[in-house]
Design a protein around this ligand. Structure first.
Ligand code: C2G
Length: 130
């Protein structure tokens, strides 16, 4: 069985998020998604997500391509998560290109091209302007 793992915040869930989840699932038999906690998100981006971590997790675990989810508490623990969940493939969008190459000793690392013309940041801007 090939286990695929991917990570993200998935705030204001949109088609770019769905596309990468679907593509990640297509690489293996079992897809695990690590959801950034609100605290980790604040650390990464200096702001809180609009949707809280429990709701973001509930949304992700309801997607038919997703088999399991967990909270990603810290970026520094990525190696531990990969080992704990026995991942074979790590998938991320290419905004993270190269950043996870250090895990190539334990998993295959795949960066997919981001879906164009959509992001949580853009959505927030559009909502604000309307
Ligand atoms: N994504 C995408 N296309 C978009 C927007 C996002 O392919 N238009 C991908 C990102 O590249 C990422 C995933 O969707 O792989 C989740 O994106 P974010 O929620 O922005 O994730 P991020 O906050 O970058 O968290 O440990 C890694 C981090 O937790 C990733």
């Amino acid at each position: 069985m090939t286990i695929v793992i991917t990570f993200g915040t998935y705030d204001l869930f949109h088609i770019g998020h769905l596309n990468i989840i679907k593509r990640a699932a297509s690489l293996g038999d079992y897809l695990i998604v690590g959801i950034s906690t609100d605290k980790l998100n604040f650390k990464k981006k200096n702001k809180n997500p609009i949707i809280n971590q429990n709701d973001r997790k509930t949304i992700i675990e309801s997607i038919k391509y997703v088999d399991e989810t967990f909270f990603e508490e810290s970026l520094e623990e990525k190696r531990e998560y990969l080992l704990k969940y026995k991942a074979d493939i790590l998938v991320m969008g290419d905004d993270w290109k190269g950043k996870f190459d250090c895990f190539k000793d334990i998993v295959k690392v795949v960066y997919f091209e981001r879906t164009k013309d959509i992001s949580t940041t853009d959505l927030k801007k559009i909502i604000k302007e309307n």
